[in-house]
Design a binder for this molecule. Structure first.
Ligand SMILES: [Zn+2]
Length: 274
């Protein structure tokens, strides 16, 4: 693991990159846009040779700036191909993505002990998000699906709360022993953390429902709903909370439990009983 400073969501300050493989190596997360940090990153990758390890490709879990900020410089300096999901590739117009990773793809790494990593397409935080799963060691590289520092933002546009929760459940079902997140320390009880995330979002969904007026006449704009649905969050975090709330509302609307008219939200009949 190599942690580089990046423009990420506080309280996180760094993005972790991982060198997977005992001989042939996948470098995950060409993260940092800062020049000094890129030099250190490239130094780390070149230093793998002294352990008899040889990078063969760079993998981006998704397209957010704190994950691909160095991709062009790092790929060019190391002369390595970039692999990513097609939805990520579409956003990385400034570089060529040599291989489109798909759900179920097996990435075989040669070496005295050959390794195999399976691609899991896990949208929800970003449409092109992928995780990498190694069954043998029960290790999963989770990118921004979970973190050991701060929270994961599911914002409208890139994100989708319903899909994110589905994919978290899928990660929980892996029964992984170790999760390697893009932010924070490695997670040694990942299933419990994934389940905690699912439960936490469920509680927030209930708080959102309860914050919604029961009649369309009393409907409220999202700005007024933030302090009601996030009473535990400091004012400085309201802009982030608002994005998350918008994702919860979109899910509730999709399920017919909330409705929006001219920017004002209320509960539906179904939302009143659920
Ligand atoms: Zn992200």
């Amino acid at each position: 693991m190599f942690a580089a400073r990046t423009p990420t969501l506080p309280p996180a300050t760094h993005t972790n990159s991982y060198a997977l493989g005992g001989r042939d190596v996948l470098l995950v997360e060409p993260a940092t846009p800062y020049e000094g940090e890129q030099r250190a990153w490239i130094g780390w990758a070149r230093g793998l040779a002294s352990q008899g390890r040889k990078p063969v490709a760079i993998v981006a879990t998704h397209h957010h700036a704190d994950h691909i900020g160095g991709v062009d410089v790092i790929a060019r300096e190391l002369g390595l191909p970039v692999w990513a999901h097609v939805e990520t590739a579409k956003k990385l117009r400034h570089i060529e993505v040599a291989r489109h990773l798909e759900d179920g793809d097996s990435l075989a790494l040669d070496g005295p002990i050959p390794e195999e990593w399976t691609v899991l397409h896990t949208p929800g935080h970003a449409w092109g998000h992928v995780c990498l799963w190694q069954e043998e060691s029960r290790t999963v590289v989770v990118g921004d699906m979970a973190t050991s520092v701060g929270t994961i933002l599911v914002a409208p546009g890139d994100g989708d709360m319903r899909v994110y929760l589905e994919q978290l459940a899928r990660l929980a079902a892996l029964d992984a022993r170790l999760a390697l997140p893009a932010h924070g320390e490695p997670i040694d009880a990942p299933t419990a953390l994934f389940e905690k995330y699912i439960a936490h979002r469920g509680v927030r969904e209930q708080m959102t429902l309860r914050a919604l007026p029961t009649s369309p006449e009393g409907a409220l704009p999202i700005d007024d709903l933030v302090p009601l649905a996030y009473p535990d969050v400091p004012v400085t975090t309201w802009p982030i909370a608002k994005l998350s709330l918008a994702s919860h509302l979109a899910k509730l609307a999709e399920e017919g439990r909330a409705m929006e008219r001219e920017g004002r939200w209320s509960r539906t009949e179904e939302g009143r009983t659920s």
